[in-house]
Every structure is written in C-alpha cells, then in structure tokens.
Design a protein around this ligand. Structure first.
Ligand code: GRF
Length: 187
C-alpha cells in the first residue's frame, strides 16, 4: 500500500498527533505523517515531531502571506492530505481551494451542534443528554464541511468540563484513525 503523504496541523498538546503517529506506523494504515505545521512555537505537540523525527515548521500567522509559506512547504514535502488536530486558526480559502476534500478536522462535539470554541461548557449549559466528537471535511466555513463520522457518549450527572474533555478525547483517539481508514477505503 502506498501511504498518502500527510501533514498534521497543531497548535497545542498534540495528543491526536501522537495518536496518529502511532497508528500510521502500522503498515496497513493509509497515511504517513510527513510534516507537522504549528502556528504556536510553544505547542507541546512539536515534541512528538522531534521525537519521531518528523519534519516540522513553525508559522507566524501575524505575517502577511503566511499561507504562501505553508503552501510552499506542503508542495516541497509533496503533501497529499491534511489533518487538523487542535489547530486554532481558520484555514483560509487559499489553502482550502488547493486541497479540496483533502483536509479533515476533528471537533469535540456532535456537529452541527456547538461549532467553535468552549464545546464542553456549552454542552453542560444546554443540558445535553449526549455529546462526543466529529470528524469532518474542512470547507470555507468554521466546523461546517461534510461529516465523515461521529462518536458519542451519554453525559452523567457528575460530568463537568474536565471529565467531558477526558471522555471526548478518548473517543477522538478512536474516531480520527477510523475516519481516515474510512476515507481511503472508499477511494
Ligand atoms: C481536540 O480535542 C480536538 O477535538 C480539538 O482540539 C483538541 C486538540 O487536542 N479540535 P490535542 O492537541 O490533539 O491534544
């Protein structure tokens, strides 16, 4: 199997990056992580790129034309597929239009509910019975592209933002790899 050369975009902890790196070491997993992009030089996730000797680039989104720098690097590393994993910046049309249906994101709610930030706080406030995570394609709008898969769990009375985050992330580590397998199985 020829693995798709993939870039993971991060801004923080990088636990989904770590999980994808582990999964992609499996011969039958359809992607290889060839590049990591971070818009935050202090992102802990960069350490996983270093540890597993994956090239990474730091970008400063305050620079005009920073997207051209990203596009240049994506080209240099022959990137065919992009996974957003806690990347806290909207991907502009400059990149989306060049990678149509080739960028996916994982979001910590059952989309279309709770797009954007503070999903756990909002789920609790709204007295949701269930929550979870969604893997979806990225389009020009925030958390809006077509859905690849969702995973859910039921809230318990004692759940708070901390437990919801823990439970959601645990599901994410299954959902993201599963979604990737699903995409490439269908191609
Ligand atoms: C994840 O919960 C994901 O749903 C959201 O950002 C978080 C990133 O966590 N988009 P990590 O950096 O992968 O640990």
């Amino acid at each position: 199997m020829v693995k798709k050369k993939t870039c993971v975009f991060i801004s923080g902890q990088g636990s989904n990056l770590k999980n994808l790196i582990y999964r992609s070491r499996d011969n039958s997993f359809p992607i290889k992580i060839s590049l990591v992009v971070s818009n935050n030089r202090k992102a802990k996730g960069i350490n996983y790129a270093k540890k597993y000797k994956i090239p990474f680039i730091l970008i400063n989104t305050k620079n005009r034309n920073y997207e051209f720098k990203i596009l240049k690097e994506l080209k240099k590393f022959q990137i065919e597929f992009i996974c957003l994993a806690g990347y806290m910046k909207i991907i502009s049309n400059k990149i989306v239009s060049k990678f149509e249906k080739k960028i996916i994101n994982i979001h910590p709610s059952l989309l279309p509910k709770f797009k954007g930030l503070n999903t756990f706080e909002r789920a609790l406030k709204n007295k949701e019975k269930k929550t979870g995570c969604t893997v979806h394609y990225v389009n020009k709008k925030l958390d809006d592209g077509s859905i690849i898969l969702k995973k859910m769990f039921y809230l318990k009375l004692k759940d708070d933002e901390v437990t919801l985050k823990q439970k959601t992330q645990k599901l994410e580590y299954r959902a993201y790899p599963e979604a990737i397998v699903k995409i490439f199985r269908n191609i």
